[in-house]
Design a protein. Structure first.
Length: 287
C-alpha cells in the first residue's frame, strides 16, 4: 500500500491564492495527494466549497486557516487546524485583523501610487468581494498595470520590509492567537518560522518553547522558504519541545512557483492533529 501524500498548507483565491477552493481540490488530485489543507489567511470562507468537492475528486480535506500575528515586531503566521469557525474568539480576532490589514493596505497603496499607476480600487478588484486584502493583491494590481511580471519581482522591489512603501500593521500577539485557536477547539501549528527571505530576524527557539507551553501543538519544518540547514534547526527545536513536525508546499496557485506536494507531512503527524481538533478530517466516501 502506498504512503498517503499529505500537503496541509495551501491557499485559494479566498485569500492570496489564484485557484478557487474547488480548483484547489482538483489540483490536489492531479498532484497525487491523499489530503490537502485549505489554510487561507484569516478566513474560512473557502471551506464549504472545498468540502463539497471531497467526494467528487477523491481527496481528503484538512480545514484550517493561517492567522496573522506577531512577536516583537516580527511577522508570525499561525496555522489553525480543525477549529470551530463560528467561535467568537477567532471571529473577533479575524475582524480586528481585517480592519488592521485594510488600514495598512490603504496607506501602502497611497505611497505606491505616487510612483506607480495603481489605486486602491485596482487592489480591491484583485482581491474580490469578502477577501482579506494583502500585499499579494497589490502585487497583482502592479502586474496587471504592466509594471512587473511576477509577484516575486514585486515583493523584492516594492513590497519588501526594507521598501519605503512598506507599512507595518498591528497584528495580535502570537500567544494571544494560540490561546484563541485553543479556545475555538483548534490545533495551532507555527508556519515557516525561518523565512529569512522575508525578514531579517527570526523567532528564537526558546520563545517557541514558551509558545509550546502556552498551547502550540506543532511547527512547520519542511517549507519552500527553509534551507536544508534551517530545516534541521527547526526540527531540533520541535523535538526539544515535543511539537508535531509538519511539511507543506504553501501552495498559492500561479501566485508562487511552488507546486502542491513539494513538501509533505507524515501520516502520523496528521493523525495527531486530527485527534487534537474539534472537527473531523473530511474524507471521500467509499465507493
Amino acid at each position: 500500500m502506498s504512503i498517503p501524500r499529505i500537503d496541509p498548507h495551501a491557499h485559494t483565491r479566498c485569500s492570496d491564492g489564484t485557484d478557487s477552493p474547488r480548483e484547489l481540490m482538483a489540483a490536489a488530485r492531479a498532484a497525487g495527494l491523499s489530503v490537502v489543507g485549505i489554510t487561507d489567511h484569516d478566513t474560512t470562507a473557502g471551506w464549504d466549497e472545498a468540502a463539497a468537492a471531497v467526494d467528487e475528486v477523491g481527496v481528503g480535506l484538512l480545514r484550517g486557516a493561517e492567522v496573522s500575528c506577531s512577536w516583537r515586531g516580527i511577522t508570525v503566521h499561525m496555522l489553525s487546524y480543525l477549529h470551530d469557525p463560528a467561535h467568537r474568539a477567532l471571529r473577533d480576532l479575524y475582524a480586528d485583523i481585517h480592519a488592521a490589514r485594510q488600514r495598512r493596505i490603504t496607506e501602502m497603496v497611497s505611497r505606491i501610487s505616487r510612483d506607480y499607476p495603481i489605486d486602491l480600487d485596482d487592489v480591491t478588484r484583485q482581491a474580490g468581494p469578502g477577501v482579506a486584502i494583502g500585499r499579494p493583491h497589490i502585487a497583482d494590481a502592479l502586474i496587471e498595470a504592466g509594471c512587473f511580471r511576477h509577484r516575486n519581482e514585486v515583493f523584492a522591489r516594492v513590497l519588501a520590509v526594507s521598501s519605503p512603501y512598506y507599512v507595518r500593521y498591528d497584528a495580535p500577539d502570537a500567544r494571544d492567537v494560540i490561546r484563541a485557536i485553543r479556545d475555538a477547539g483548534g490545533v495551532p501549528v507555527l508556519a515557516h518560522p525561518r523565512p529569512l527571505n522575508r525578514q531579517r530576524r527570526v523567532i528564537p527557539g526558546d520563545e517557541i518553547g514558551r509558545w509550546a507551553r502556552a498551547g502550540l501543538f506543532g511547527v512547520e519544518v519542511d517549507h519552500p522558504d527553509h534551507t536544508a540547514e534551517w530545516r534541521v534547526a527547526v526540527s531540533t527545536i520541535a523535538r526539544r519541545y515535543g511539537l508535531v513536525e509538519t511539511g507543506s508546499s504553501d501552495y498559492h496557485g500561479r501566485g508562487k512557483t511552488t507546486r502542491l506536494g513539494d513538501n509533505l507531512t507524515a501520516p502520523s503527524a496528521l493523525e495527531r492533529i486530527v485527534a487534537e481538533g474539534c472537527l473531523p478530517l473530511l474524507t471521500p466516501a467509499l465507493r
